[in-house]
Design a protein. Sequence first.
Length: 131
Amino acid sequence: MKIFFSFFSLIFINPLLADWTFSERFEIKNTHQRTIALSAKAAAVANRIVRDNAFLTLINPGDDINFYKACWRSFVTDQKVQIVTARYTLQNIEKSSRNFVFEISFDPMETKVLGTSPIEFQQFCESASSA
């Protein structure tokens, strides 16, 4: 199932990350909900995952991911930012009596940045860590 969306947050296209796809699996408890409710919940979780990992497009391969991930939440909170993602893929991989397992995949190169740059983000993180 492909879902196209855009929502507010931040992202920048980094040419060094070409041909790189981010994937993450998550579970939703099976409460025998209707399909439309399950799809809405899965889309909301997928949007949050994209938002939480958008910083990956602002850093260089080999940079300290944990450092920038910790900084990302402050950066998003302190600034009005926007993430526009052309598309992501959301698949229901497994269903059991207890859970639905989904996998989201997106290519950071298909995401646009509005309102910041890698340098601005990195400077924010460096100044926040030295404060």
